[in-house]
Design a protein around this ligand. Structure first.
Ligand code: FES
Length: 107
C-alpha cells in the first residue's frame, strides 16, 4: 500500500498508508491528519484541502484540471507553483513515498 507523508507548517510530520484509489485528502481525513479541512468533502468546491507538492513529485501526480486550477485561486494561503488540492490527487503505487507540505492555514 502506498505511503504518503504530510508535513505540517510547524514541521511535524505524519506518514500514512493509503489504499490505492483514495485521494490524498481522504488519506488525511481518514487518518486524522491535522491541517486538511476539506469542507466540501472532495467536491472541488472549497479549497480547504490545499497542499504543496514538492517539485520533484510534480511530474508524477495527476495533472491539474480546469476546476482545480480555478479553485486554487481561492486558497486561504496564496497559491504557489507547488499548490494542489489534495482531493484531486488520487493515490496510486506511483506515488508511494510522496511527501506533501501543508500550508499555514486552510481558512
Ligand atoms: S475538499 Fe473541497 S476542494 Fe478539496
Amino acid at each position: 500500500m502506498p505511503k504518503v507523508t504530510f508535513v505540517q507548517f510547524t514541521g511535524d510530520s505524519r506518514t500514512v498508508e493509503v489504499p490505492a484509489g483514495w485521494t490524498l485528502m481522504e488519506a488525511a481525513v481518514q487518518n486524522g491528519v491535522d491541517g486538511i479541512t476539506a469542507e466540501c468533502g472532495g467536491g472541488c468546491a472549497c479549497a480547504t484541502c490545499h497542499v504543496l507538492v514538492p517539485p520533484e513529485w510534480a511530474a508524477r501526480v495527476p495533472a491539474i484540471g480546469p476546476a482545480e486550477n480555478d479553485l486554487l485561486e481561492c486558497t486561504a494561503v496564496p497559491r504557489t507553483a507547488q499548490s494542489r488540492l489534495s482531493c484531486q490527487i488520487q493515490v496510486s503505487a506511483a506515488l508511494d513515498g510522496l511527501t506533501v507540505n501543508l500550508p499555514e492555514r486552510q481558512s
